[in-house]
Write a protein that binds this ligand. Sequence first.
Ligand code: SF4
Length: 347
Amino acid sequence: MGITETQTDIRKLSLDQLQAEIEQLGERPFRAQQIYEWLWEKSCTSFDEMTNLSKSLRDTLKDYYTIKPVVIDDKQQSQDGTIKFKFKLHDGHNVEGVLIPTEERWTACISSQIGCSLSCNFCATGLLDLKRNLTCAEIYDQVVLISNESLAQYNHPLTNIVYMGMGEPLLNYKNVLASVDRLTAENGLNMSPKRITVSTVGIAKMIRQLGDDNVRFNLALSLHAPTNDKRSEIMAINNTNDIDTLVDALNYFYRCTGNKLTFEYILFDRYNDTMDDARDLVKLCQRVPALVNVIEYNNVDGLPFSKAETEQREQFIGYLEDHDIVAKVRRSRGKDIDAACGQLANK
Ligand code: SF4
């Protein structure tokens, strides 16, 4: 039978909730544990695959519940090995994710929302309206599908997960945290939280909430400009969450968790790549224990920014290093397939 309104998306239930419901169906509680393992640890997408359950229980489950797996709609591989995925959700929407293989790391970049409400000026996703938040299971499925591809193509499991795809993760707080919980659980993917980074444009209240919730993953702030004047020009969120407020929130997060903090800084030609910008960035880094990732920009059609010159980039990085700031350059990957930072737009 097709999905009906009375059927519950079974992966929206916690183990405790599932246990209670399974008992109501007259089954023993350990059945819930078995079902939970099928759903999460084995990423099973149909009740018929749950072979250690009786046929009658499987049929009952089909009557009351549904599984809404994410599927791969399309895949594009870049010359540099990066693979961009177009995922299809049960309601026909698409989101994108990326597998980024390097010599030492196999990273999945995943989405947390369909579209985005924030419209940062340099970002292709910001050109799409927000449709809805992804569920915990939809976030989890992206990782599973990318991980399978990593094993198939590169014979290597994922080493890192970054929430840097479409959407603002902290505006889908509950589902993002639930997905990290599943990804790191022994009866999930058993990934180390130290290998997971959630990236935010800076919602101060939610950064503090992460501290209060004592999360174990790393946090990256998409900074992209070191002063309020400049940052507000390119990221409207800065009008309500300015740099001083974010500095306080990040320090609070760090005091609570001790987890790694990173500033993401995309270099835009003659916008934020001058020596004045480098000086302002150094001053900011003296206020927060954060590393800096300097990221190459990829031009997006219709947006007014372009990639910084190589010489300018080197001077910029050199200035940071001379002032003892730990800065890494993140070369953009997957440019030829629009899979690089700020390019995800369901193309
Ligand atoms: S950078 Fe992030 S928050 Fe800003 S528009 Fe793009 S997806 Fe949304």
